[in-house]
Write a protein that binds this ligand. Structure first.
Ligand code: GLN
Length: 454
């Protein structure tokens, strides 16, 4: 803990930790020492972690990287952080992210950009998003692991951009209680770590049924670490042809075929598969996620939490709401609220929102079919490129930024577990990752296939 706190202070340039909590860390660390001495050391005893700012942590600023939650210190602890602390973990502080987890580059944060510790020239690179601070902190050894959340790729894309591992579990595996909601039917929390084993250990501590989250599943949590046998002989790995996108860079193609060869060498059976509705995933996601976001973000009205705008004499409550929301939400969040409100509006509901829900069902059915045909896991690239420069994409068309999620959003739409593992580099030496997608509730198997790619 002391070494991490020192490293964090020396790494302010990464802007990964946005609220440092050294007092909490020292107290939790001392308590962990006592448990160790008493011979009662739980799994994560004394392990220092970073917590994404999206998680409510009692008495500690929890702002979802938004101005609108300025000054918000929750009265309660999220289920995930409660479970991590019960397992002995130590909180070093809160981590940077895109505002309300909307983004793929950590450039929408009220705290400013988080920076990728990887560097090949004088450009500053994005650590990805939305869990950019988590990825940067783990990659730079500021903590032993971090929490992330993933609505459309926000654990897996930043993991791939920083050369670390991150898993989005099956929807319902990890409680969403106390995590600021973005798109409730897609959001899942998961660990971001140096390697697969650490992800297995952290995921177990984060998982489990929680009566406080109505979508949390009452399904036993196995020992994911015990599943890491390294034996994948006979496993069937699907290679979906629809993920071979037009204009895919040669280095991504090579990464993918090298990963396929590794799994084959380890004894897996490689099978070409088809997921025919893949091309509709991104448009469906960018209807459903903003729709749910516009509803979830309605609660930020200047009354209940955080920031409240100053209003002029004679202004009423409507002006107060409007000014608060105009000042409190950044441009990307405002765009999502507007898109979401539009697709849910009476005249357009059927054409957009209902259509997107139908597409979502078809996407899920594609996966169900492939798994029913005996496929154990699906291998795809995690991202269409290596980390890009900060500022390079943010100023362009937002659609370009959304294209970053092309390989990851299907997994959230279908509620499946997905993991990103670092398996290579681009021509300049920047990390690249592959994604494995697994059957629902079989994170152990998925982690084991990922383990054989390390
Ligand atoms: N980049 C995607 C978005 O902006 C996914 C974000 C996430 O997974 N939280 O919506």
């Amino acid at each position: 803990t002391t070494a991490c706190l020192t490293a964090i202070d020396a790494a302010d340039a990464l802007n990964a930790f946005v609220h440092k909590t050294p007092d909490v860390a020292q107290a939790q660390s001392a308590a962990a020492d006592q448990r160790l001495q008493a011979g009662d050391a739980p799994d994560l005893c004394g392990i220092p972690l970073g917590i994404k700012d999206l998680f409510c942590t009692k008495g500690v600023p929890s702002q979802a990287a938004s101005r609108i939650l300025e000054g918000f210190r929750p009265e309660y602890e999220s289920t995930v952080t409660t479970q991590l602390f019960d397992a002995g973990a130590v909180m070093l502080g809160k981590l940077n992210m895109d505002e309300f987890a909307m983004g793929s580059s950590n450039e929408t944060s009220v705290y400013g950009d988080a920076v990728n510790p990887w560097k090949v020239d004088d450009r500053k690179l994005t650590p990805g998003g939305s869990s950019g601070g988590s990825a940067s902190a783990v990659a730079a050894d500021l903590c032993l692991g971090a929490t992330g959340t993933d609505t459309g790729g926000s654990i897996r894309q930043p993991a791939a951009f920083t050369g670390i591992t991150g898993i989005k579990p099956t929807y319902g595996r990890v409680s969403r209680w106390g995590i600021v909601a973005f798109a409730s039917s897609l959001d899942q929390a998961g660990p971001m770590t140096k390697d697969v084993r650490d992800s297995a250990i952290l995921l177990r501590a984060m998982s489990g049924f929680d009566p406080k989250d109505s979508t949390s599943a009452d399904i036993a949590v196995p020992d994911f670490e015990a599943a890491l046998t390294g034996d994948i002989r006979g496993k069937v790995i699907g290679i979906p042809r629809e993920y071979r996108m037009d204009g895919m860079p040669a280095e991504i193609e090579k990464l993918w075929s090298d990963g396929t060869a590794m799994l084959k060498d380890a004894g897996a059976e490689i099978r070409d598969i088809t997921l025919p509705h893949t091309k509709y995933a991104l448009p469906a996601y960018y209807v459903i996620a903003p729709a749910e976001a516009s509803s979830n973000l309605a609660r930020y009205d200047g009354v209940r939490f955080g920031h409240r705008a100053r209003i002029a004499q004679g202004d009423g409550i409507t002006e107060m709401y409007e000014k608060t929301r105009a000042e409190g939400f950044g441009p990307e969040v405002q765009r999502r609220v507007m898109v979401g409100t539009y697709v849910l509006s009476a005249g357009f509901y059927d054409a957009y929102y209902n259509r997107a829900r139908k597409v979502r069902a078809l996407i899920k059915r594609d996966f169900d079919q492939v798994f029913a045909d005996g496929v154990d896991a699906i291998l795809t690239p995690a991202t269409p490129s290596a980390a890009f420069g900060l500022g390079e994409m943010a100023d362009a068309d937002p659609i370009k930024m959304y294209l970053n999620d092309v390989f990851t959003v299907t997994v959230n739409l279908a509620g499946l577990p997905g993991i990103a593992v670092p398996t290579g580099t681009d021509a300049t030496g920047l990390p690249l990752g592959l994604q494995l997608i697994g059957r629902p509730w079989e994170e152990g198997d998925l982690l084991n296939v990922a383990y054989s790619l390390e």
